[in-house]
Design a protein around this ligand. Structure first.
Ligand code: AMP
Ligand code: ZN
Length: 127
């Protein structure tokens, strides 16, 4: 990418990372099926759903993983948004919340996200 274009793009991401796919979704740079958003949090359908309800809840600002999330208020907002998404989808009494932290735990996108899964039964322990 040419330097001027790179500089222009990075200016747009005052709280994000230009090559992070979830920052780009939060900035509406790439399309996603958004089901909830507010000033701090965005929730959108997972591209490769593992359950009838599979939504990802992310903070607007870039934080690479749960282990790097040091804002108690933002952590609470993510959790409340996750419960709200499940409730709005009709699964408020029975849903699963998953956070994969680190490649060894299955994290593939390094912008913290809560998976909200519902609409089927889930086994325990998870695989
Ligand atoms: P994880 O493996 O826990 O990091 O989860 C990343 C999730 O992001 C996976 O379930 C992917 O299907 C999902 N994903 C990746 N890119 C997109 C995208 N552009 N829109 C929606 N979901 C995505
Ligand atoms: Zn990001």
């Amino acid at each position: 990418m040419r330097a001027r274009r790179r500089a222009r793009r990075s200016r747009r991401y005052s709280t994000g990372v230009a090559d992070c796919v979830f920052c780009r979704i939060a900035a509406k740079e790439i399309p996603a099926s958004i089901v909830y958003e507010d000033s701090d949090v965005v929730a959108f359908k997972d591209l490769n759903p593992r359950a009838p309800l599979h939504v990802l809840v992310i903070p607007r600002r870039h934080v690479s993983g749960l282990a790097q999330l040091d804002d108690v208020s933002l952590a609470g907002k993510l959790a409340l948004a996750a419960a709200r998404v499940a409730k709005d989808a009709g699964h408020g009494e029975s849903f699963r919340l998953v956070v994969n932290n680190g490649a060894g735990a299955g994290q593939s996108v390094f912008h913290v996200h809560f998976h909200v899964l519902g609409g089927r039964t889930f086994s325990w322990p998870p695989g």
